[in-house]
Design a protein around this ligand. Structure first.
Ligand code: FAD
Length: 509
């Protein structure tokens, strides 16, 4: 089992041990510094080291700590953002480029599993998207046309090989699935084997430009000619925080009573939608279902989200045991496509890859391939399409406004309930709450021993107030998705500093 950015643990994180680092010595100066030990950072680091650059990979916690450890790892060209939307916002040639790049990303992952003999259960599969009412059927019709126009091999099917009824469905071939962490680890090993250096437990807190990029991580400093921020969302304050909306998504793994695990990938069209597949891990098959997405920090009782997902699974499958429940974070780009390239508002030597929606296995891989081309000066048709400095298309603009209405509410509304101190006594062990005591707001957490921990609820990123996330036992910022542990340590970007510690003298049992 490895550490992760929350209280729960995913199927993948449960079934793997800490990465056996072999980078024992490091230097201060590199060609390229990559920050973030998820699929994006590790794949990018390997490709750049292979291309002849001297690379350093810095990870705040451990490899697989972030969403790559909390993913469900569908490898699909049928993306979360519909091809209809991509075509509307970016045009048909762009939709075709994205479809082609997604298929290339799956082929690249397969090639890596063969080249490095990675035992990660990589298997090809078909994807099915299905409609359960008339409105969904119409949307599915449009998506089938748009996806076909983009170049996907789409066919209509009458029924699903799944115990769920639908009125129509499409099947798309050429998809795949795998276990993400064995894949991540083997790529990281390959990176080290050719001279790449990985440092875990090294959180980057400052980036400066002094001719080169100077990185501060705790007491250490490193210098690089270029910097790649593969931190899922860039740390610090950046325009991209207004263009990427942080969401939580919930997942569970289950053993089924009969051996009837669905072997393909399935997506319903509910709002939010459910995503289904299975995977063999350590000789045992698991059904893996995800859904119940909501904006980060907008639900306090996230335990309820797990219960709803569980109820949905029990309705459709004969479950013997639910073995893992976990949630994780993703970032929805306002116009539908990720931002990969030069970081807006920064010097030209800083690169970023973010806004992957629920397709970061694909987009993280696309990012690595695109960033390699950009750093080698090789033309790539995706460079313009995914440019983080692109103008917002009109269709994205309305999403942008409505998302920022939430942000504005957080800035202006300050709807913190004026609870009094006696509420502290109501806290159960493992619970947290934001309270007001003598005009001071405190985010208070009671640990399993009954001891109270109190921090300022003011997010150190852009000063919104954090909310409690009961399922993951974390303080989540509803504005830009920064997350903190119960005692205020940073779990997720964009924050780089812990919540301010406050002192509560009492122990309430
Ligand atoms: C529940 C769920 C299911 C999903 N399912 C799928 C799926 O089926 N298919 C798919 O393609 N995608 C899926 N996604 C999306 C996909 O998992 C992510 O987009 C992808 O894992 C992101 O990878 P990453 O490497 O960019 O980020 P991460 O894996 O989050 O890695 C970023 C790393 O950066 C580190 N870091 C952050 N800040 C710093 C710092 N200041 N200094 C040093 N290190 C830092 C973090 O510790 C972290 O390890 C899913 C997402 C969710 C939430």
């Amino acid at each position: 089992m490895i550490n992760r950015d929350g209280y729960t643990i995913s199927l993948w994180q449960q079934h793997i041990s800490a990465f056996p680092l072999s980078s024992t010595r490091h230097e201060q100066v590199y060609d390229i510094i990559i920050v973030g030990g998820g699929i994006t950072g590790v794949t990018t680091a390997l490709l750049l080291q292979e291309a002849g650059f001297k690379c350093l990979l810095l990870e705040a916690a451990n490899l697989g700590y972030g969403t790559t450890g909390g993913t469900t790892a569908h490898l699909n060209t049928l993306l979360d953002v519909s091809y209809e939307t991509i075509e509307k916002n970016f045009g048909l040639p762009a939709a075709r480029s994205i479809a082609k790049a997604s298929a290339n990303a799956i082929a690249f992952i397969e090639k890596m599993t063969q080249e490095y003999s990675i035992d990660c259960g990589f298997n090809t599969a078909d994807a099915y998207q299905y409609a359960q009412n008339k409105e969904q059927d119409e949307a599915l019709d449009r998506e089938a046309t748009a996806a076909t126009n983009a170049g996907l091999d789409v066919s209509r099917v009458a029924t699903l090989p799944l115990p769920i009824s639908c009125i129509s469905a499409i099947q798309v071939k050429g998809q795949a699935k795998f276990s993400p962490l064995p894949y991540l680890y083997e790529l990281a090993k390959a990176f080290e084997n050719i001279g790449g250096v990985i440092l875990e437990n090294t959180r980057v807190t400052k980036i400066e430009h002094k001719g080169k990029v100077e990185i501060t991580a705790g007491e250490q400093t490193f210098t690089g000619r270029k910097l790649v921020l593969a931190t899922h969302i860039p740390p610090g304050i950046n325009l991209l925080h207004l263009r990427c909306i942080p969401y939580r998504s919930y997942a569970l793994a289950a053993r089924l009573a009969q051996n009837d695990y669905p072997q393909d990938l399935y997506y319903d069209m509910e709002e939010p939608f459910h995503y289904i597949r299975s995977q063999e891990v350590d000789g045992q098959q698991y059904l893996i279902v995800g859904g119940e997405d909501h904006k980060t920090g907008h639900h306090e009782n996230t335990t309820l989200c797990f219960r709803q997902l569980e109820a949905w699974v029990h309705k459709h499958f004969k479950v013997e045991e639910i073995t893992q429940r976990w949630s994780s974070q993703f970032y929805e780009p306002v116009d539908g496509l990720p931002y990969i390239g030069q970081l807006p508002g920064e010097e030209e030597d800083v690169y970023v890859a973010t806004g992957f929606s629920g397709n970061g296995m694909i987009y993280g891989t696309i990012a690595a391939l695109l960033l390699r081309d950009m750093l080698l000066g090789v033309p790539n048709e995706l460079e313009m399409i995914l440019d983080p400095n692109r103008l917002k298309p009109i269709a994205g603009f309305s999403n942008f406004i409505s998302h920022n209405a939430d942000v504005a509410m957080q800035f202006v509304g300050k709807l913190i309930p004026a609870a009094s101190l006696h509420l502290l006594a109501d806290l159960a062990p493992g619970e947290g709450r934001v309270i007001t005591y003598e005009s001071e707001k405190m985010a208070v957490y009671k640990d399993e021993t009954g001891e109270l921990h109190s921090v300022s609820p003011v997010c150190t990123h852009l000063k919104c107030d954090v909310n409690w996330n009961s399922g993951e036992r974390s303080w989540d910022c509803p504005c830009h998705g920064a997350r903190y542990s119960p005692d205020g340590q940073v779990l997720n970007c964009p924050a780089t500093m812990a919540l301010q510690a406050l002192h509560v003298a009492a122990t309430v049992k």
